[in-house]
Design a protein around this ligand. Structure first.
Ligand SMILES: NC(=O)c1ccc[n+]([C@@H]2O[C@H](COP(=O)([O-])OP(=O)(O)OC[C@H]3O[C@@H](n4cnc5c(N)ncnc54)[C@H](O)[C@@H]3O)[C@@H](O)[C@H]2O)c1
Length: 423
């Protein structure tokens, strides 16, 4: 086999800092945009942030309409309804997403399906959907995250639940990447502690998974048309991931404990952005693959800080719940990398008897401190659920292919079983 020698790096334009969201009207006006759709969800709309962003566009002659119907953790139904609304009320010259990953991903779907014909499921990754690639370029999309988590503002993916198949999947194409990301830490101050904790675990796992991902040089050499956004760990993604971990080490517990700690909120926002730039190019693996069925097959768990009308395991929490055991499993593929990240996250952590336990032990200590449930058992799963969760994980071959060692059904079953009670 001829080994890969090429890696790629993509990122949107970026504006970062307190007050950055006040400049969106000006930024849009110079692109010639005159009609803009601001996409958000009801919880974020209630903070007043999206309306403020919409209002300041008027002075630049930009007419903004606010759509606050994004579903928290989008579904095929919610996205189809949002697209139908936008097709009926448009056309729009540009889109601005103000919210967490749920609002940003909803805006990506609206942008895709108002710039291209066909229906949502045509574009959803195969085999769940048709895996169709957009033929036409999309309109400008400015992503303005109000959570510190997903990194969706810099990625090429839109994540959704396909309700009829009880599976979480995505639409993935380079054209989905927002044209610019405006990260204003002031907009993140109102995040409830439960959202800060779950979304923050998403940042942490993005950084850890992309840092421990299979190296890009271990793949077979690709032809130009075969290149995908996720190319495995590489020197540029590593740099972003390491820096994100340093920021998390100093800020994560503080941001959950005191939401008004502006310095901690700013560092969390920077960590989310940096980790997004890392994982958006390197990829993620086992914890994210497990998260899809853990969220998709939800029973009756209703987390604090999230809408209470439907059961859900929020994405970041679903990722976190098997992370300690997943990294115990991947340890042998790259011991030095696992030990290094444990050291960055907590340089004072006592050494464990087995080196493979070091990162799991640092993660469990953090999860306990910030109020993440004590395993998949605490969100309603027991041993009888393991086979159907394994089935769901094994469907995420795109992610499992980025793991640093081969992952069998038995491996996944062992990771899930050990994650029922983490402490
Ligand atoms: N596209 C990607 O690259 C990507 C990556 C990871 C996750 N995701 C997806 O993103 C979604 C999760 O996004 P998230 O974790 O950012 O949270 P979210 O967008 O689902 O929001 C979570 C809750 O927090 C509230 N909220 C958000 N910001 C707030 C603020 N500043 N003040 C008060 N309340 C606020 C929302 O109203 C909601 O109730 C999932 O669907 C997940 O699958 C996408």
């Amino acid at each position: 086999m001829q080994h890969e020698q090429v890696f790629t790096y993509g990122a949107p334009q970026l504006k970062f800092g307190a007050g950055a969201s006040d400049e969106i009207g000006y930024d849009l006006s110079v692109t010639g945009a005159r009609t803009v759709l601001v996409v958000t969800d009801p919880g974020v709309a209630a903070t007043g942030g999206p309306q403020r962003v919409a209002d300041q566009m008027a002075q630049f002659g930009v007419v903004a309409t606010v759509f606050d119907g994004s579903h928290v953790e989008p579904t095929d139904e919610s996205l189809a309804a949002a697209v139908a609304w936008a097709r009926e009320n448009g056309p729009f010259d540009a889109f601005v997403a103000v919210g967490g990953g749920s609002s940003i991903d909803t805006a990506k779907a609206i942008n895709l399906l108002t710039s291209n014909d066909g229906e949502l499921m045509d574009y959803v990754n195969a085999p769940v959907g048709g895996g169709r690639a957009p033929e036409h370029p999309l309109k400008p999309l400015i992503a303005v995250p109000t959570t510190t988590g997903t990194g969706s503002e810099s990625t090429t993916i839109c994540v959704l639940d396909v309700l009829s198949q009880k599976v979480k999947t995505g639409i993935s194409h380079a054209r989905l990447r927002p044209t610019s990301a405006v990260i204003d830490p002031e907009l993140t101050l109102t995040q409830p502690p439960g959202v800060t904790a779950a979304a923050g675990m998403d940042i942490l796992c993005h950084a850890l998974e992309s840092y421990t991902a299979r190296p890009y040089t271990s793949y077979e050499r690709k032809q130009p048309h075969e290149r995908v956004p996720y190319c495995g760990s590489n020197p540029i993604a590593d740099m972003w991931s390491e820096k994100a971990l340093h920021l998390l080490a100093g800020a994560f517990r503080r941001a959950v404990r005191d939401g008004d700690d502006r310095a901690a909120r700013t560092d969390m926002a920077m960590a989310a952005t940096f980790a997004g730039m890392g994982f958006g190019n390197a990829g993620v693996h086992v914890p994210h693959a497990n998260a899809y069925p853990i969220a998709g097959q939800v029973k009756d768990f209703r987390p604090e800080g999230y809408p209470q009308d439907e059961p859900m395991v929020p994405h970041g929490m679903a990722v976190a719940l098997t992370a300690p055991e997943a990294f115990r499993f991947t340890y042998e593929a790259a011991p030095e990398r696992h030990l290094r990240v444990a050291q960055i996250l907590d340089r004072d952590a006592p050494a464990t008897d087995e080196p493979a336990d070091q990162l799991p032990s640092v993660l469990v200590a953090l999860m306990r401190d910030i109020g993440i449930p004590a395993g998949i058992g605490a969100v309603g799963y027991d041993e009888s659920d393991v086979p159907s969760l394994v089935d769901g994980t094994m469907k995420q071959q795109r992610l499992l292919a980025t793991a640093p060692r081969p992952v069998t059904e038995d491996d996944v079953a062992a990771i899930l079983t050990r994650s029922i009670h983490l402490w």
